[in-house]
Design a binder for this molecule. Structure first.
Ligand code: NCD
Length: 327
């Protein structure tokens, strides 16, 4: 069966692959995706972009309800999911402040999920613990979409990142992708590195020693025989990178404030540094930015991070339509 399978029955197991379609399925990890799945979602995202540009919205998901549950702060991910559902004609139960929900009364994640799925057709979940979305998925009958599980994964971000690379540079194969910054705690780079294993890319992980890419991700990349190197010096990659993917040092994940202070300003991408980069390359960032990209670069046509952010809404529209069987 192709990506358009219509049975809608959730496949059980640990983040099962999406080979028999998206309808009714959880989106927990990038490991679920094949290149074919990705191209299918990207094609729908292209259509969503065209619809939004032309008429602003459609009624494809009219009558459907999304529960958007965020146990950690978010601006882009939560608002782009809300905008995505709204532009598809559906409605949203936004729970951004779990402080004001029954979670503070001691309600467990499974009970919160069981409650929300009795009102909603799909649940987007961000949670501080690795594996929380998988746990939620095991209890829920309705699809769970992982919007970030601690330092684990952020699959929808990786999808929009890959979509951005493809839209901006026309291809993914053959590129040199350098990931810079907090590769230890940054979940977006964990998902993106795993997803890029499906493509013929060269990857360089650029970080200070204490923020190196976790071994499990590094080994996964190596197991796919991808060309991968590690360095702490951004000058090693600036001239050859096609994609410079910069990340924020994740202050909230540090147990030791002094350690955070010692690395927080390790990298700053400046105009001077961009002078050494290729003419046809892109700078990406999942945002929020703190100080790692100079504001002077925002007007450089190679700064793709705001376009990347906009792409998030089209990708999330595509995913919502797909898991609800309307793509
Ligand atoms: C990222 C996240 O939450 O992991 N933000 C996002 O979703 N765009 C990156 C970050 O917080 O640094």
């Amino acid at each position: 069966m192709g990506n358009g399978a219509r049975n809608g029955i959730k496949t059980v197991g640990l983040a099962p692959n999406l080979s028999s379609g998206f309808y009714g399925q959880d989106i927990i990890s990038v490991r679920q995706f094949t290149r074919e799945n990705l191209q299918y979602i990207f094609a729908i995202a292209d259509e969503m972009r065209a619809v939004v540009k032309r008429v602003g919205s459609t009624d494809l998901l009219k009558g459907h309800v999304l529960a958007c549950v965020f146990y950690e702060p978010s601006t882009r991910t939560s608002s782009s999911f809300i905008a995505a559902m709204s532009r598809l004609g559906g409605s949203v139960i936004p729970i951004n402040e779990v402080r004001y929900s029954s979670v503070t009364k001691g309600e467990s994640l499974p009970d919160t999920i069981r409650t929300l799925e009795s009102y909603a057709d799909v649940i987007v979940l961000r949670h501080p613990e690795v594996g929380a979305s998988q746990v939620a998925a095991e209890y829920a009958r309705k699809p769970i979409i992982n919007a970030g599980d601690g330092v684990g994964e952020h699959p929808t971000q990786a999808l929009l990142d890959l979509y951005t690379i493809q839209s901006e540079l026309g291809t993914v194969d053959g590129l040199h992708v350098a990931m810079v910054g907090d590769l230890r705690y940054g979940r977006t780079v964990h998902s993106l590195a795993r997803l890029l294993c499906q493509y013929d890319v060269q990857m360089t992980f650029v970080s200070p020693e204490v923020l190196r890419m976790p071994l499990d991700v590094l080994n996964e990349v190596k197991a796919h025989k991808r060309d991968v190197e590690e360095t702490y010096d951004v000058h090693d990659v600036i001239a050859s990178a096609d994609v410079l993917y910069v990340t924020r040092v994740q202050r909230e994940r540090f147990a030791d404030q002094a350690q955070y202070d010692s690395v927080k300003d390790f990298y700053v991408i400046t105009s001077e540094l961009m002078g050494q980069a290729k003419e046809r390359m892109i700078v990406m960032h999942p945002l929020p930015r703190v100080s790692e990209i100079s504001y002077a670069i925002d007007n450089d046509p190679r700064a793709a991070y705001f376009r990347q952010m906009e792409n998030g809404m089209y990708i999330r529209m595509a995913l919502l339509a797909a898991v609800l069987g309307k793509a």
